[in-house]
Design a protein around this ligand. Structure first.
Ligand SMILES: [Zn+2]
Length: 84
């Protein structure tokens, strides 16, 4: 009987992780959308700036954004354009 409870516990934990990850991705996407529209997702000022960009060639590249107004910082992986 203990095994069933353990299994149930693990399923609940796993579901929690999946839901949390889904929310994380959703929030991340909303932030990126805001940045693409040219404003900071935190203070909504037009003061967002690219602070770092690591181009991995054909792979996804990591782009970091900083807000010059409130200090918001986030990095996103963007699919790189591969033109051979
Ligand atoms: Zn800001």
């Amino acid at each position: 009987m203990v095994d069933i409870y353990l299994l149930l516990f693990m399923v609940i934990i796993l579901a929690g992780i999946v839901i949390a990850y889904g929310y994380y991705l959703k929030e991340k996407k909303e932030h990126l959308d805001a940045i693409h529209r040219g404003f900071c997702p935190k203070c909504h000022q037009n003061s967002i700036d690219v602070s770092d960009q690591r181009d991995g060639g054909c792979g996804p590249k990591i782009v970091s954004y900083t807000c010059l107004n409130c200090g918001y910082e986030n990095s996103f992986s963007v699919d790189g354009n591969c033109s051979l």
